[in-house]
Design a protein around this ligand. Structure first.
Ligand code: F0G
Length: 369
């Protein structure tokens, strides 16, 4: 066999052998022999150099961490795979969570793959259509409550605190430490892809688990001697749901970015610590700024993220314009979820289609060609 053919064969036989996330970063995760090897292909998401968007924002080196490419379309999968695996290891036969939609989709899908039940408690009428369908499709039992996600979280915390130990249910919101353990792997990937940590890590903030997980990841990579510095963590909330910026809880958080419509961030204290330890900032961006960034990311880079995800880019734009972030620095903005999950927001902003009779001439005419 020719050398080339042999090489191709070897490459092909290695295909599909990409390690699972938990395998790849096992040294940094609390796994044991008894942890089931769950995985739907989470992690290893692209870090895209965003030259066009960078130009529009006046930033020289902007990268986007495209977390919408995880199996259920959001970063939650990194933490959920660990949380569900550990739940099973510890004897759980069901998982429960409150959610604005992505945590619940992820919990439902990982529970389905592991053959256990998922119960999800959601704020009624405030979940993007794709997220609602994803949880339902995976067979989760869905309880819609007439309140917000903070109410839903209070309910599931109380439910799991009271639960009979003979029928164990694991709470898989980001107050579950295994969630943050899994989510920190995105920081490792960024360091590996860039060969060093960025100067700034820009990220949307809701319940504040993810910013805390990234900060933990960057510190652990530095402490392991794999890199020599850590980035400044710059987090962004939607103005109508910005308790960490205003310094008080919001009873009625409001934003078009429903994923981050959170008034009482469960990990708020960790996010403030990440901000202060890293020398970063947490600021608010308006819905208009979020939607402008949402459109710009898709139109300049071809990456369709969900509105909440665009808060990171809106935040970079604002912080650079304010002079609080150095435009010559290396900046990574995390795009946390996939735009297809929220078709209603997208349809509300889309230009109307051109219409034509089914002839070449008619199509040419409407195009002005
Ligand atoms: N981006 C997206 C797309 C999200 O779904 C979330 C949180 C965040 C950002 C913020 O992350 O909460 O760790 O600060 N979604 C949660 C959920 C609240 O229930 O899916 P965070």
């Amino acid at each position: 066999m020719s050398q080339v053919l042999q090489q191709l064969r070897e490459e092909r036989s290695n295909m599909g052998r990409r390690p699972r996330l938990m395998e790849r970063f096992a040294d940094f995760l609390p796994l044991t022999e008894a942890t089931p090897p769950l995985g739907l292909g989470e992690g290893f998401t692209p870090l895209v150099r965003a030259r066009n968007l960078g130009l529009a924002l006046g930033v020289e080196r902007l990268y986007l961490k495209v977390e919408g490419q995880n199996p259920t379309g959001s970063f939650k999968d990194r933490g959920m795979v660990v949380a569900v695996a550990k739940a099973i290891e510890e004897g759980a036969r069901a998982v429960i969570c409150a959610s604005t939609g992505n945590t619940s989709s992820s919990a439902a899908c990982y529970a389905a793959s592991a053959g256990i039940e998922a119960v999800i408690v959601l704020p009624k009428g405030k979940i993007a259509a794709g997220k609602m369908l994803q949880g339902q499709a995976a067979g989760a039992r869905v309880v819609a409550v007439d309140g917000n996600c903070d109410d839903a979280l209070r309910i599931v915390r109380e439910l799991t605190a009271e639960r009979d130990p003979d029928s164990p249910v694991a709470l898989v919101n980001s107050v579950n430490p295994y969630r943050l353990e899994g989510q920190k792997t995105a920081a490792f990937e960024i360091c590996e892809d860039l060969g060093a940590p960025p100067d700034y890590l820009a990220i949307p903030v809701g319940n504040a688990g993810n910013i805390s997980a990234y900060w933990m990841g960057f510190k652990e990579y530095r402490d392991a001697g794999l890199v020599s510095s850590t980035p400044k963590m710059i987090g962004f909330q939607a103005l109508g749901a910005s308790p960490l910026v205003q310094g008080h809880d919001f009873d009625e958080p409001q934003t078009i970015a429903t994923a981050i419509r959170i008034g009482r961030p469960a990990s708020g204290h960790l996010a403030l610590a990440a901000r202060d330890e890293s020398g970063g900032l947490i600021d608010a961006v308006t819905d208009e700024e979020i939607l402008a960034a949402y459109r710009d990311v898709a139109r300049t880079e071809g990456i369709f993220c969900e509105p909440a995800s665009a808060a990171s880019v809106a935040g970079v734009r604002k912080a650079v314009a304010d002079g609080r972030v150095d435009p010559e620095a290396t900046i990574v903005a995390v795009l946390t979820g996939l735009g297809l999950k929220d078709p209603d927001t997208a349809m509300g902003l889309a230009d109307p289609n051109l219409e034509a009779e089914p002839t070449v001439e008619a199509v040419r005419a409407v195009l002005g060609w």
